[in-house]
Design a protein around this ligand. Structure first.
Ligand SMILES: Cc1cc2nc3c(=O)[nH]c(=O)nc-3n(C[C@H](O)[C@H](O)[C@H](O)COP(=O)(O)OP(=O)(O)OC[C@H]3O[C@@H](n4cnc5c(N)ncnc54)[C@H](O)[C@@H]3O)c2cc1C
Length: 289
Protein backbone atom coordinates (compact mmCIF):
# COMPACT_ATOMS: atom_id res chain seq x y z
CA UNK A 1 0.00 0.00 0.00
CA UNK A 2 1.09 3.56 -0.68
CA UNK A 3 0.96 6.14 2.14
CA UNK A 4 -1.29 9.20 1.69
CA UNK A 5 0.35 12.33 0.26
CA UNK A 6 2.41 14.52 2.58
CA UNK A 7 4.82 17.44 2.48
CA UNK A 8 8.41 16.24 2.99
CA UNK A 9 10.70 18.48 5.06
CA UNK A 10 14.42 17.86 5.49
CA UNK A 11 15.93 20.06 8.22
CA UNK A 12 19.73 20.03 8.58
CA UNK A 13 19.83 21.30 12.18
CA UNK A 14 17.84 20.76 15.37
CA UNK A 15 16.67 24.42 15.52
CA UNK A 16 15.40 24.13 11.92
CA UNK A 17 13.53 20.90 12.78
CA UNK A 18 12.03 22.51 15.91
CA UNK A 19 10.81 25.45 13.82
CA UNK A 20 9.04 23.09 11.41
CA UNK A 21 7.49 21.20 14.32
CA UNK A 22 6.27 24.44 15.89
CA UNK A 23 4.95 25.72 12.56
CA UNK A 24 2.95 22.61 11.66
CA UNK A 25 1.95 21.41 15.16
CA UNK A 26 -0.03 18.17 15.26
CA UNK A 27 -0.09 17.98 11.45
CA UNK A 28 3.63 17.11 11.54
CA UNK A 29 5.44 13.87 12.41
CA UNK A 30 9.13 13.24 12.95
CA UNK A 31 10.65 10.57 10.68
CA UNK A 32 13.69 8.65 11.97
CA UNK A 33 14.10 5.10 10.68
CA UNK A 34 10.50 4.99 9.44
CA UNK A 35 10.11 1.36 10.53
CA UNK A 36 6.98 2.11 12.57
CA UNK A 37 5.78 5.38 11.07
CA UNK A 38 5.75 4.32 7.40
CA UNK A 39 3.83 1.05 8.06
CA UNK A 40 1.31 3.06 10.11
CA UNK A 41 0.91 5.55 7.25
CA UNK A 42 0.45 2.75 4.75
CA UNK A 43 -2.31 1.31 6.92
CA UNK A 44 -3.83 4.83 7.32
CA UNK A 45 -3.33 4.62 11.10
CA UNK A 46 -1.28 7.84 10.81
CA UNK A 47 -1.92 10.60 8.24
CA UNK A 48 0.59 13.39 8.90
CA UNK A 49 0.37 16.27 6.42
CA UNK A 50 4.05 17.09 7.07
CA UNK A 51 6.95 14.72 7.59
CA UNK A 52 9.98 16.22 9.35
CA UNK A 53 12.82 13.88 8.34
CA UNK A 54 15.59 14.31 10.94
CA UNK A 55 18.04 11.93 9.22
CA UNK A 56 20.12 14.78 7.76
CA UNK A 57 20.79 16.37 11.14
CA UNK A 58 24.42 15.60 12.01
CA UNK A 59 25.61 14.75 15.50
CA UNK A 60 22.53 12.78 16.58
CA UNK A 61 24.04 9.34 16.12
CA UNK A 62 26.62 8.16 18.66
CA UNK A 63 27.34 5.69 21.46
CA UNK A 64 29.77 6.89 24.11
CA UNK A 65 30.44 6.79 27.84
CA UNK A 66 30.53 10.18 29.53
CA UNK A 67 29.84 11.51 33.03
CA UNK A 68 28.80 8.13 34.43
CA UNK A 69 26.38 7.34 31.59
CA UNK A 70 26.28 5.44 28.34
CA UNK A 71 24.94 8.11 26.00
CA UNK A 72 23.08 6.99 22.90
CA UNK A 73 22.18 9.64 20.33
CA UNK A 74 18.48 9.77 19.44
CA UNK A 75 19.16 8.80 15.82
CA UNK A 76 21.47 5.85 16.56
CA UNK A 77 20.46 2.77 14.53
CA UNK A 78 19.87 -0.63 16.12
CA UNK A 79 22.62 -2.04 13.87
CA UNK A 80 25.10 0.42 15.40
CA UNK A 81 24.14 -0.65 18.93
CA UNK A 82 24.57 -4.28 17.90
CA UNK A 83 28.03 -3.59 16.45
CA UNK A 84 29.26 -1.48 19.37
CA UNK A 85 32.16 -3.07 21.27
CA UNK A 86 31.31 -0.85 24.27
CA UNK A 87 27.74 -2.20 24.40
CA UNK A 88 29.01 -5.73 23.85
CA UNK A 89 31.49 -5.53 26.72
CA UNK A 90 29.53 -3.60 29.37
CA UNK A 91 25.81 -3.53 28.53
CA UNK A 92 24.71 -7.12 27.80
CA UNK A 93 21.04 -6.30 28.47
CA UNK A 94 21.12 -3.72 25.67
CA UNK A 95 22.87 -6.10 23.31
CA UNK A 96 20.33 -8.88 24.06
CA UNK A 97 17.51 -6.43 23.37
CA UNK A 98 18.80 -5.01 20.10
CA UNK A 99 19.55 -8.48 18.76
CA UNK A 100 15.89 -9.57 19.03
CA UNK A 101 14.31 -6.48 17.46
CA UNK A 102 12.79 -7.41 14.10
CA UNK A 103 15.41 -8.54 11.55
CA UNK A 104 18.74 -7.16 10.24
CA UNK A 105 17.03 -5.19 7.45
CA UNK A 106 14.80 -3.35 9.93
CA UNK A 107 17.68 -2.88 12.39
CA UNK A 108 19.77 -1.16 9.70
CA UNK A 109 17.25 1.71 9.68
CA UNK A 110 15.31 1.59 12.97
CA UNK A 111 16.60 3.91 15.69
CA UNK A 112 16.67 3.51 19.46
CA UNK A 113 15.04 6.95 19.77
CA UNK A 114 12.19 5.96 17.45
CA UNK A 115 11.68 2.68 19.30
CA UNK A 116 11.11 4.61 22.55
CA UNK A 117 9.26 7.63 21.10
CA UNK A 118 6.73 5.38 19.37
CA UNK A 119 5.33 4.37 22.80
CA UNK A 120 4.35 0.86 21.68
CA UNK A 121 4.20 -1.55 24.66
CA UNK A 122 5.23 -4.32 22.24
CA UNK A 123 8.54 -2.62 21.44
CA UNK A 124 11.59 -4.09 23.12
CA UNK A 125 13.72 -1.11 24.19
CA UNK A 126 11.20 0.40 26.62
CA UNK A 127 11.39 -2.46 29.15
CA UNK A 128 15.17 -2.75 28.74
CA UNK A 129 15.59 0.97 29.41
CA UNK A 130 13.29 0.73 32.43
CA UNK A 131 15.33 -2.11 33.92
CA UNK A 132 18.47 -0.02 33.30
CA UNK A 133 16.87 3.12 34.85
CA UNK A 134 17.68 5.18 31.78
CA UNK A 135 16.88 8.84 31.21
CA UNK A 136 15.45 10.38 28.07
CA UNK A 137 16.63 13.78 26.83
CA UNK A 138 13.93 15.76 25.01
CA UNK A 139 14.87 18.91 23.11
CA UNK A 140 12.30 21.60 22.35
CA UNK A 141 12.19 25.31 21.62
CA UNK A 142 12.70 26.04 25.33
CA UNK A 143 15.81 23.84 25.55
CA UNK A 144 16.51 20.38 26.92
CA UNK A 145 14.72 18.46 29.64
CA UNK A 146 15.58 15.07 31.13
CA UNK A 147 12.78 12.57 31.71
CA UNK A 148 13.32 9.43 33.84
CA UNK A 149 12.22 6.52 31.68
CA UNK A 150 9.90 5.34 34.45
CA UNK A 151 7.65 8.34 33.78
CA UNK A 152 8.16 8.38 29.99
CA UNK A 153 5.49 5.85 28.94
CA UNK A 154 2.15 7.45 29.76
CA UNK A 155 -0.31 5.13 28.06
CA UNK A 156 -0.72 3.13 24.83
CA UNK A 157 1.30 4.93 22.09
CA UNK A 158 1.60 8.03 24.30
CA UNK A 159 4.84 9.21 25.86
CA UNK A 160 5.83 12.19 28.00
CA UNK A 161 7.28 13.91 24.90
CA UNK A 162 5.47 17.21 24.36
CA UNK A 163 4.37 18.36 20.88
CA UNK A 164 7.35 19.97 19.20
CA UNK A 165 9.96 18.01 21.18
CA UNK A 166 12.61 15.74 19.67
CA UNK A 167 14.08 12.81 21.57
CA UNK A 168 17.78 13.62 21.22
CA UNK A 169 19.57 11.32 23.66
CA UNK A 170 19.14 8.28 25.89
CA UNK A 171 21.33 8.08 29.03
CA UNK A 172 21.94 4.72 30.64
CA UNK A 173 23.74 4.80 34.01
CA UNK A 174 27.09 3.00 33.69
CA UNK A 175 26.87 -0.20 35.73
CA UNK A 176 29.07 -0.58 38.83
CA UNK A 177 31.30 -3.69 39.14
CA UNK A 178 29.42 -6.95 39.82
CA UNK A 179 26.53 -5.92 37.58
CA UNK A 180 24.84 -7.98 34.90
CA UNK A 181 21.73 -7.89 32.79
CA UNK A 182 19.70 -9.99 30.36
CA UNK A 183 16.67 -9.66 28.07
CA UNK A 184 14.65 -12.74 27.17
CA UNK A 185 11.77 -12.73 24.72
CA UNK A 186 9.33 -15.28 23.36
CA UNK A 187 8.15 -14.50 19.83
CA UNK A 188 6.00 -16.57 17.47
CA UNK A 189 8.65 -16.43 14.75
CA UNK A 190 11.94 -14.64 14.22
CA UNK A 191 11.37 -10.91 13.73
CA UNK A 192 7.99 -10.86 15.47
CA UNK A 193 6.98 -8.64 18.35
CA UNK A 194 7.13 -10.24 21.80
CA UNK A 195 4.39 -12.51 23.07
CA UNK A 196 6.09 -11.56 26.34
CA UNK A 197 9.60 -10.51 27.30
CA UNK A 198 11.46 -9.67 30.50
CA UNK A 199 14.43 -7.34 31.08
CA UNK A 200 16.60 -7.72 34.18
CA UNK A 201 19.53 -5.64 35.43
CA UNK A 202 21.19 -6.61 38.76
CA UNK A 203 24.10 -5.40 40.86
CA UNK A 204 25.54 -7.60 43.63
CA UNK A 205 27.29 -6.41 46.79
CA UNK A 206 30.58 -7.81 48.19
CA UNK A 207 28.74 -10.64 49.94
CA UNK A 208 26.82 -11.71 46.85
CA UNK A 209 23.46 -10.23 47.90
CA UNK A 210 21.41 -8.17 45.44
CA UNK A 211 22.18 -4.48 45.91
CA UNK A 212 20.21 -3.06 42.97
CA UNK A 213 17.49 -4.72 40.90
CA UNK A 214 15.76 -3.49 37.77
CA UNK A 215 13.06 -5.71 36.25
CA UNK A 216 10.61 -4.70 33.51
CA UNK A 217 8.26 -6.47 31.11
CA UNK A 218 7.31 -6.11 27.42
CA UNK A 219 3.85 -6.47 25.84
CA UNK A 220 2.01 -7.61 28.96
CA UNK A 221 0.20 -4.34 29.70
CA UNK A 222 -0.89 -1.06 28.08
CA UNK A 223 2.65 0.28 28.63
CA UNK A 224 5.94 -1.45 29.41
CA UNK A 225 5.65 -2.43 33.08
CA UNK A 226 8.11 -2.35 35.96
CA UNK A 227 7.99 -5.42 38.23
CA UNK A 228 8.40 -3.32 41.37
CA UNK A 229 7.39 -6.00 43.88
CA UNK A 230 9.88 -8.42 42.37
CA UNK A 231 12.61 -5.75 42.49
CA UNK A 232 11.84 -4.91 46.15
CA UNK A 233 11.74 -8.59 47.05
CA UNK A 234 15.19 -9.31 45.58
CA UNK A 235 16.94 -6.25 47.04
CA UNK A 236 19.16 -7.26 50.00
CA UNK A 237 18.62 -11.01 49.42
CA UNK A 238 21.03 -13.75 48.46
CA UNK A 239 19.61 -14.75 45.07
CA UNK A 240 19.27 -18.51 45.58
CA UNK A 241 16.87 -20.69 43.58
CA UNK A 242 13.99 -20.09 45.99
CA UNK A 243 14.41 -16.28 45.94
CA UNK A 244 14.63 -16.29 42.13
CA UNK A 245 11.46 -18.39 41.86
CA UNK A 246 9.58 -16.09 44.24
CA UNK A 247 10.70 -12.95 42.40
CA UNK A 248 9.64 -14.50 39.08
CA UNK A 249 6.20 -15.27 40.53
CA UNK A 250 5.85 -11.68 41.76
CA UNK A 251 6.73 -10.38 38.28
CA UNK A 252 4.08 -12.65 36.74
CA UNK A 253 1.52 -11.41 39.31
CA UNK A 254 2.35 -7.80 38.36
CA UNK A 255 1.92 -8.38 34.61
CA UNK A 256 -1.39 -7.33 33.03
CA UNK A 257 -1.56 -9.23 29.73
CA UNK A 258 -4.59 -9.24 27.45
CA UNK A 259 -5.63 -12.28 25.43
CA UNK A 260 -4.97 -11.89 21.69
CA UNK A 261 -3.69 -13.82 18.68
CA UNK A 262 -0.44 -14.45 20.57
CA UNK A 263 -2.26 -16.38 23.31
CA UNK A 264 -4.50 -16.24 26.38
CA UNK A 265 -3.62 -14.02 29.36
CA UNK A 266 -2.78 -16.96 31.66
CA UNK A 267 -0.34 -18.36 29.10
CA UNK A 268 1.41 -14.97 28.93
CA UNK A 269 1.63 -14.77 32.73
CA UNK A 270 3.21 -18.21 32.67
CA UNK A 271 5.71 -16.97 30.09
CA UNK A 272 6.59 -13.94 32.25
CA UNK A 273 7.26 -16.22 35.22
CA UNK A 274 9.58 -18.50 33.27
CA UNK A 275 11.31 -15.68 31.38
CA UNK A 276 11.85 -13.73 34.62
CA UNK A 277 13.39 -16.78 36.26
CA UNK A 278 15.75 -17.35 33.34
CA UNK A 279 16.61 -13.66 32.88
CA UNK A 280 17.43 -13.23 36.59
CA UNK A 281 19.61 -16.34 36.45
CA UNK A 282 21.45 -15.12 33.35
CA UNK A 283 21.90 -11.62 34.81
CA UNK A 284 23.41 -13.18 37.95
CA UNK A 285 25.81 -15.30 35.90
CA UNK A 286 26.93 -12.18 34.04
CA UNK A 287 27.23 -10.16 37.27
CA UNK A 288 29.49 -12.85 38.70
CA UNK A 289 31.94 -12.70 35.82
C1 LIG B 1 8.89 -6.02 10.14
C2 LIG B 1 9.02 -5.26 11.42
C3 LIG B 1 9.25 -5.94 12.59
C4 LIG B 1 9.40 -5.26 13.80
N1 LIG B 1 9.69 -5.96 14.94
C5 LIG B 1 9.97 -5.27 16.08
C6 LIG B 1 10.41 -5.96 17.24
O1 LIG B 1 10.55 -7.17 17.28
N2 LIG B 1 10.67 -5.21 18.36
C7 LIG B 1 10.56 -3.84 18.38
O2 LIG B 1 10.84 -3.22 19.41
N3 LIG B 1 10.15 -3.18 17.29
C8 LIG B 1 9.85 -3.85 16.14
N4 LIG B 1 9.44 -3.17 15.03
C9 LIG B 1 9.12 -1.74 15.16
C10 LIG B 1 10.25 -0.83 14.84
O3 LIG B 1 11.44 -1.50 14.63
C11 LIG B 1 10.46 0.15 15.96
O4 LIG B 1 9.30 0.77 16.40
C12 LIG B 1 11.46 1.12 15.43
O5 LIG B 1 12.62 0.89 16.16
C13 LIG B 1 11.03 2.55 15.44
O6 LIG B 1 12.16 3.36 15.18
P1 LIG B 1 12.24 4.23 13.85
O7 LIG B 1 13.51 4.98 13.92
O8 LIG B 1 12.02 3.39 12.65
O9 LIG B 1 11.01 5.21 14.13
P2 LIG B 1 9.96 5.89 13.10
O10 LIG B 1 9.15 4.83 12.45
O11 LIG B 1 10.70 6.83 12.22
O12 LIG B 1 9.10 6.68 14.16
C14 LIG B 1 8.25 6.04 15.06
C15 LIG B 1 7.48 7.09 15.87
O13 LIG B 1 8.33 7.78 16.75
C16 LIG B 1 8.41 9.18 16.41
N5 LIG B 1 9.82 9.54 16.49
C17 LIG B 1 10.83 8.90 15.86
N6 LIG B 1 12.01 9.41 16.23
C18 LIG B 1 11.74 10.40 17.11
C19 LIG B 1 12.55 11.32 17.82
N7 LIG B 1 13.89 11.28 17.74
N8 LIG B 1 11.93 12.21 18.65
C20 LIG B 1 10.58 12.24 18.76
N9 LIG B 1 9.76 11.40 18.09
C21 LIG B 1 10.33 10.50 17.27
C22 LIG B 1 7.83 9.30 15.01
O14 LIG B 1 7.24 10.57 14.77
C23 LIG B 1 6.81 8.17 15.02
O15 LIG B 1 5.63 8.59 15.66
C24 LIG B 1 9.28 -3.84 13.82
C25 LIG B 1 9.05 -3.14 12.62
C26 LIG B 1 8.93 -3.84 11.44
C27 LIG B 1 8.70 -3.05 10.17
Amino acid sequence: MIPPAFEYLRPKTIPEALTFLEQYGDQAKILSGGQSLIPMMKLRLARPAYIVDINRISGLSYIKEEGGFLKIGGLTREAEVEASSLVRSKYPLLLDTTAVIADPQVRNLATVGGNLAHGDPANDHPAAMMALRAEIVATGKKGERVIPVESFFVTLFTTALQPGEILTEIRVPSPPPRSGGAYLKVERKVGDFATAAVAVQLTLDDKGAVQKAGIAMTNVGPTPLKARKAEDFLRGKKPDASAIAQAAQLAADESQPSPDLRGPAEYKKGLVKELAKRAITRALERAGK
